[in-house]
Design a protein around this ligand. Structure first.
Ligand code: ATP
Length: 393
């Protein structure tokens, strides 16, 4: 995986006494202590984060936790006091903290585009003129600009509106135009600072979907600031949680939900439905951790209701449930299966936990088997694994 942006031990202090504040950071001082002693504001301290190409990396935290401060370091809208911000620039890597003005200007034009809250469409311009605005500023010739704008508008299904003025569109449509404009620039890296936070929930959800759809097509690298965990879990491939200027946890959405690093993160996830992020993979017990019986049989559950006989290729040769031969049935067919005979449901590691639970419910809490793409047995999920994950215990 190629690294697109690499924050290395980034400290940002707002104020005159940089040396004094940095010394206090080194001693582990809090933002309040630094403010009291030096009068300076700690933006962020010791922030290290690697963002890979094609990823949506979400910075999350309460107001004032330092998300925007860190984001704005990527194009040097904020000056970094200490540390490095390495940005991929074609075949090379540039440290934005130390690069010269000409390099910075080029980076801002070609590599890193910033998307502000609500996108700020220009009401006196048509939809296509708005979408093409960034390209115009970058000096892209008219014919090329038109073609790219048209493609972008098709992606958000607004091509028939291209000649309308921004004010003639509904709020939600305007946001979609803004999104199209952001994706229309050639910059591979997009910085998005709470772009949807002022929108009503319905439009917001639609735009998140739209963003994911555009991203699937265009595969930008996106650093996205949000204070809404549901949003972060939905769109983020990685989530970084900040508190008081410091990163407290970074990981995949399911890592955050399953293993919150401290009470601050725990508070965030308290109201999140774990079923919206967890998959079978997150809760399964590995095949090697299951209890082995004789002659290649392995127990799927602790209660020993269900077992498989596994052949030398890792495939299931026979199944038994409550001492009787059983057939194995995909979780995907759970709704269609008649409830008769001994069955063992199976899923793939990527199957949503919710589907697994449906199968368990259907089978009177029998364990669910997990197979990889080659139909090899990889592990099992018992009712206790599910309860632990859902209750986070
Ligand atoms: N240019 C600046 N000058 C002085 N202090 C600043 C500046 N920018 C940010 N700060 C301070 O740095 C701290 C972190 O602010 P930041 O905007 O990064 O927080 P945030 O997590 O993005 O919060 P929000 O969601 O409210 O935008 C805050 O205390 C803020 O007041």
């Amino acid at each position: 995986m190629t690294v697109a942006v690499d924050f290395k031990n980034v400290d940002i202090v707002f104020g005159a006494d940089q040396a004094g504040s940095l010394a206090m950071i080194d001693q582990g001082a809090t933002r309040a202590e630094i403010l009291e002693k030096t009068g300076n504001v700690l933006g962020c301290a010791g922030a290290s984060l690697t963002v890979h190409e094609g990823e949506i990396s979400v910075l999350m935290g309460l107001s004032g936790s330092g998300k925007s401060t860190l984001l704005r370091a990527v194009n040097r809208l904020n000056v970094v006091s200490r540390g490095q911000v390495l940005v991929k620039d074609g075949d090379r890597t540039v440290d934005v903290v130390t690069c010269d003005e000409a390099t910075l200007r080029r980076l801002r034009q070609k590599q890193v585009a910033m998307v502000f809250q609500q996108f700020g469409l220009l009401p006196w311009r048509t939809v296509e003129e708005n979408v093409g605005f960034g390209l115009e500023l970058a000096g892209v010739p008219e014919a090329e600009r038109k073609a790219r704008v048209q493609k972008q508008l098709q992606l958000v299904h607004l091509d028939q509106w291209s000649k309308k003025y921004a004010h003639e569109l509904s709020g939600g449509m305007q946001q979609r135009v803004g999104l199209a404009r952001a994706f229309a620039t050639e910059a591979p890296i997009l910085l998005m600072d709470e772009p949807f936070s002022a929108l009503d929930p319905l439009i917001r959800t639609k735009l998140q979907d739209e963003l994911l759809q555009l991203q699937a097509e265009l595969k930008k690298t996106i650093i996205f600031v949000s204070h809404d965990l549901e949003e972060a879990l939905k769109i983020g491939s990685h989530i970084t949680i900040m508190e008081g200027g410091r990163i407290v946890q970074t990981g995949a959405p399911e890592d955050i939900v399953l293993r919150p690093a401290n009470d601050y993160v725990r508070d965030f996830i308290a109201n999140v439905n774990p079923l919206s992020v967890l998959t079978a993979w997150n809760v399964m017990r590995d095949r090697r951790d299951l209890e082995q019986g004789d002659n290649g049989w392995v127990w799927l559950d602790r209660r020993k209701t269900t077992r498989f006989k596994i052949d030398e290729h890792g495939l299931v040769a026979a199944a038994e449930r409550d001492g009787k031969p059983a057939v194995w049935v995909s979780c995907a067919d759970v709704e269609r299966q008649p409830e008769e005979g001994a069955q063992v449901f199976w899923a793939n590691p990527g199957t949503p936990l919710k589907t697994v639970m449906l199968a368990m419910h259907r089978s009177q809490t029998a364990p669910v088997a997990l197979f990889d793409e080659g139909s090899r047995f990889v592990g099992a999920i018992g009712i206790r694994d599910v309860l632990s994950a859902v209750l986070r215990r």
